[in-house]
Design a protein around this ligand. Structure first.
Ligand code: MN
Length: 247
């Protein structure tokens, strides 16, 4: 088996190192990841500048692009074989509910899914660098093993969120749906040393709706959350409603 690993926190992040190391029990692992943090890069692709690749050591490629660039570079250029699986993460911080559209971690898995390669995004429920990445990596291995053995349903990739706790304190995985959050964005405006205004998109405490069956509800109770995702954003109910419009 050949597994490609990427992330959006950069190739030096604790999460990707733990993940790459743990996945070696399943096969050959090649890491192709951004050379710096690209969190919240979403599904963006670098089209207006060239990309540079640095092989830091054998099987570890740093790319000066986005997570989506990395998946493209890995699959179409750097890897000698088409991978059997792409695993993205382990993200520092959860990727839940509506937030997943911002996520570079989830987008990397999405990109692999677009290429027809089974893919998993893995995130840990803490932004602390001292989080339980090794325990989370073991969960990722178990999920990856299932995907390699059984495949995934058509047009499906997985968004896995893992509570930040020791393995023995974790509760069994739940298959969940994407939750929702009551987002209260805020913009911080200040003045720079030259007297010019600048703005910074702030992030308030995530206010997720604690609805049973959702990713947030599961991880909030120390369950591993596994959400099957697909790319079709169509609101099918609205097709029916808008069909009644006079246009
Ligand atoms: Mn990140």
């Amino acid at each position: 088996m050949h597994i490609m690993v990427t992330n959006d926190d950069g190739i030096h992040a604790a999460g990707i190192l733990a993940l790459a190391e743990a996945l070696r029990v399943l096969g050959t692992v090649t890491v192709v990841a951004p050379d710096r943090e690209r969190s919240a890069a979403g599904h963006s692709l670098t089209l207006h500048s060239p990309l540079r690749v640095y092989e830091l050591r054998e099987g570890f490629y740093a790319v000066d692009g986005t997570p989506t660039d990395c998946v493209n570079m890995g699959i179409h250029s750097l890897l000698s074989v088409r991978p059997d699986l792409v695993v993205s993460g382990i993200n520092h911080g959860p990727n839940l509910g509506d937030d997943i559209t911002y996520s570079g971690t989830v987008a990397a898995a999405m990109e692999a899914n677009l290429m027809g390669i089974p893919a998993i995004a893995v995130s840990l429920g803490t932004f602390d660098r001292q989080g339980h990445f090794d325990a989370a990596a073991q969960v990722a291995v178990r999920v990856a093993r299932q995907v390699l053995a059984n495949g995934l349903p058509a047009d499906t990739f997985l968004n896995v969120n893992i509570p930040d706790c020791a393995a023995e304190d974790m509760l069994p995985p739940l298959i969940t749906r994407q939750g929702t959050r009551s987002f209260i964005g805020n913009i911080i405006d200040k003045t720079d040393p030259r007297g010019r205004k600048y703005y910074w998109i702030g992030s308030d405490e995530p206010g997720f709706n604690d609805e049973p069956g959702t990713d947030f509800h599961a991880i909030n109770r120390r369950h591993v959350s596994i959400t099957p995702l697909h790319l079709d954003l169509t609101n099918y109910e609205s097709i029916r409603i808008l069909g009644g419009w006079t246009l």
